[in-house]
Design a protein around this ligand. Sequence first.
Ligand code: SF4
Length: 236
Amino acid sequence: MITLRIGGFQKNSLIDFPGTIACVVFTMGCNFRCPYCHNPALVSGPVTGTGHHDVEEIFSFISSRKDLIDGVVITGGEPCLQPDLVPFISRIKDMGLAVKLDSNGSRPEVLAHLLDMDLVDYVAMDIKTDFNLYPDIIKTSLTVDAIEESMNVIMAKAPAYEFRTTCVRPFITEEIMEKICRRIMGAQKYVLQKCSKNVQMLDPHFSRQADRFFSDLEIQGLKAIAQKTVKTVIIR
Ligand code: SF4
């Protein structure tokens, strides 16, 4: 029996998987604590245990829609923490659907395994900040090596991918953007995400400081920095 702790399921999305009509599966549990996280309900609980959706029911639904959709997005939380992620994705691939995986990059060995088995068609990996600042800002004991290794794995093995960064201070400054972009030089695609203020966040006080948020003009400035080393830079 495959177990995956699923906290949410979206039947249809036109925006989460580039060029693809997809369902979206949200897994529960995350090893990061980004204060601006827009999915606090998914993050705070454990990784394993009973989720809000029965896995077999999700498979049945996806199977019943496989002629109407092209793919499935697996996001979170952090999907790579789920012990049964590989068999879960294998079942979806057996239905002939494409898979996009969103990850915070903390489990490079899982990413490598999935990509070696040709189980993932598109990877979106978050780059939160300067690698050396992860322990302080994201409140994780994770080593910087894991993030760098995930980036290397994705650039070497993923059929299609994007790196993406939510642009908020102090995680991102012009100097930090320059550092990140030097590291991902030659990447396929880099997405700069604006951070919405008026949504529920993991740290409810985070959005009270207006100077954390970049204006449209400032984001354009970050894009100009990124374009020096990455060909395709998108603001989302
Ligand atoms: S933003 Fe992503 S990595 Fe950060 S806490 Fe939320 S789910 Fe985890």
